[in-house]
Design a protein around this ligand. Structure first.
Ligand SMILES: [Zn+2]
Length: 290
């Protein structure tokens, strides 16, 4: 079970300014405009940390050793400490101190030995599995839609604030490779996409959130729901030899896009079959690809 999505140490104010936490903190911004970190003048509590190997991608090399020593200020919560070391809380599962599970608001004390685990899979969500993908994940968005997973996607960069607001308003899991975006408090839920490669990204998301699969039921262009359509109804939208060659049609209820089992069908069907074999059962869809 992951942390509550809106988990925030009680002593951290809203917004993305972790450095505003206390007047005692000195704000730093790395060259190049990276994430904000802060160093506290009060710096006297020594704890030892062991991050799950799955989380090593987020932390500095010295923190990948079990028992890496970290000094904290004695007042920050463990959730804040972990996040300030680079790990989005969306990726953090159970926190253990001396073998006992503690909440993110726990304030570490001298000598604590902390174990930070990754989220469990499949990860429970506070609502139906709906997703929102940022501008860099267009291929993943189309593949999720191909599988019938409700997937919103912005093909232009609307900015982190607007994405986070949409995640909250529509109760969608924000998927991104942008750690800064995943630190935002407004997110309804979030998940880091660990791979650069769409096939691995798809497996990552399906294994993590286990959304029900209903292949061939959504428009890959706009996420609208597909409905079956007769050739007559869509004739004016067909081109060239399409009308003569194919008989199975579906149409997007939202954008009007017409789909049939065309030249791309085999490639798309291979993606569908592999996903269904590994992560689910086929739904009632059974309409066509474009
Ligand atoms: Zn559509």
């Amino acid at each position: 079970m992951g942390l509550p999505w809106n988990a925030r140490p009680t002593n951290v104010p809203p917004g993305n300014g972790l450095a505003r936490e206390r007047a005692a903190c000195v704000e730093r911004r790395w060259p190049g405009g990276g994430p904000r970190w802060h160093a506290c003048r009060v710096d006297r509590t020594g704890i030892r940390l062991a991050f799950s190997p799955h989380l090593h991608v987020f932390v500095a090399a010295r923190l990948r050793e079990d028992g890496a020593q970290v000094r904290t200020d004695g007042v920050s919560s463990l959730g804040h400490v972990v996040e300030s070391l680079g790990v989005p809380l969306t990726e953090v599962g159970a926190l253990h101190v001396g073998g006992r599970e503690v909440p993110p608001r726990y304030v570490p004390v001298e000598g604590d030995e902390v174990r930070v685990r990754e989220v469990t899979r499949p990860q429970p969500l506070p609502g139906p599995p709906r997703f929102l993908l940022d501008v860099h994940l267009g291929t993943l968005a189309r593949r999720l839609r191909l599988l019938g997973v409700d997937t919103a996607y912005e093909s232009v960069d609307i900015g982190d604030a607007a994405l986070a607001a949409r995640s909250a308003a529509e109760q969608r899991v924000m998927l991104s490779r942008d750690r800064g975006l995943l630190h935002r408090r407004e997110l309804w839920a979030g998940g880091y996409v660990y791979s650069h490669r769409p096939p691995e990204q798809l497996k990552d998301v399906l294994s993590r959130f286990a959304p029900p699969l209903r292949p061939w039921t959504r428009c890959t262009a706009c996420n609208g729901v597909l409905r079956e359509a007769g050739k007559e109804a869509v004739r004016e939208r067909l081109h060239g030899g399409t009308e003569r060659s194919y008989d199975v049609y579906a149409q997007c209820a939202d954008c009007g896009q017409v789909y049939w089992r065309g030249a791309h069908h085999e490639r798309l069907n291979a993606i569908v079959e592999e996903a269904v074999r590994e992560f689910g059962t086929p739904g009632q869809g059974a309409v066509a690809d474009r």
